[in-house]
Design a protein around this ligand. Structure first.
Ligand code: NAP
Length: 301
């Protein structure tokens, strides 16, 4: 790998740049971002070799193009990329948090000979921008690849190996499974956090002050999640509408069950619900300590 391009140099894009630089000092890193301020910050942080506000002919020489922007920018990026003479060896890949919408757009827009490997690192923070990224963000984290018609085996292998070099564990998964799993493990927790913090912010002023003053870990954790970038999360939620709405329906049903148990002083039901959920926590902690790979029913690479 001699020449790579990162489009969108925020938290994720800049962490990729840092990991690549750490592994290979000779690789040329082209950085594209529509914000001049962000490009200036990236220069100061020495994240790349060349900086551009727009894709131009330099892209013809690049071997791997990482799309690391919010998902709403993808369509126009695919359209632009389609117009350049990308080499047969060039691979476009991404890091977007939903996959079916991304793949639908890629397959509708990109010509058949363009290689695209859809990917999603299960790593991140609530921060944004190039100053928030760091070396090692992806170490020991999952990278999910959801191959599509534009992904051949060789390209999938190249992208897998690159992420492995950042310390990732690789999982190949069907795009629909990916989006359903992310709906419950990531997207709905964010919706709940935005909602609960939103409710608190609408309390009468005096009550709101007390909420902030006495915030214990439960509410504090929600405020951390609810401080995530609004553009990015708006895009994620709208790009994964169907699985999210399906899971929200189930969530509402379960919440009503909980509400009825409270109304009816149903001690046994409340205890059983709270007891069952402790088991999930135990398994998640065990999974974290023991780096055994979960099997989502797909082969690992
Ligand atoms: P970020 O820190 O906000 O960075 C995104 C960057 O892309 C910003 O500098 C933004 O500039 C730029 N951008 C927007 N539209 C562009 C365009 N058309 N051309 C070039 N640059 C453009 O976001 P992030 O947290 O790195 O997230 C990026 C992607 O990673 C998202 O698709 C997200 O789903 C995925 N992801 C995020 C996380 C996470 O925890 N954050 C985890 C896994 C995957 P402006 O700010 O000026 O618009």
């Amino acid at each position: 790998m001699k020449n790579i391009t990162i489009i969108g140099i925020g938290l994720i894009g800049s962490s990729i740049a840092r990991d690549i630089r750490e592994k290979n000092n000779d690789v040329i890193i082209n950085i594209v971002d529509n914000s001049n301020t962000v490009l200036e910050k990236s220069k100061k942080l020495n994240l790349g070799n060349n900086y551009f506000e727009e894709i131009s002919t330099f892209i013809d020489k690049t071997e791997i193009i990482f799309i690391c922007t919010p998902i709403s920018a993808y369509r126009s990026l695919f359209e632009k990329l389609n117009k350049f003479k990308l080499s047969n060896e060039t691979i476009i890949t991404d890091v977007g948090s939903c996959k079916t919408e991304v793949i639908k757009n890629a397959q509708n827009i990109l010509t058949k000979n363009i290689k695209f490997v859809p990917a999603h690192p299960i790593a991140g923070t609530e921060q944004s921008g190039p100053e928030s990224g760091f070396k090692g963000l992806f170490n020991n984290k999952w990278l999910i690849i959801t191959p599509c018609k534009n992904s051949d085996d060789k390209s999938v292998k190249i992208i897998s190996n690159l992420w492995k070099s950042f310390g990732c564990k690789i999982q190949i998964m069907d795009m629909n499974d990916h989006d359903s799993i992310m709906a419950i493990t990531s997207h709905i927790p964010h919706i709940i956090a935005y909602n609960i913090v939103g409710t608190a912010s609408e309390l009468e002023d005096n009550l709101k002050e007390e909420v902030i003053k006495y915030s214990a870990s439960g509410f504090r954790d929600f405020t951390r999640i609810a401080s995530s970038d609004p553009t990015m999360w708006r895009d994620i939620i709208l790009s994964n509408k169907e699985p999210i709405l399906k899971m929200l329906e189930k969530f509402e049903k379960d919440l009503n069950g909980l509400k009825n148990a409270i109304v009816n002083d149903d001690k046994e039901k409340l205890f059983n619900i709270f007891d069952k959920t402790r088991d999930i926590r135990k398994r998640i902690v065990e999974e974290g300590q023991d780096v055994k790979e979960p099997n989502f029913g797909r082969k690992n690479q």
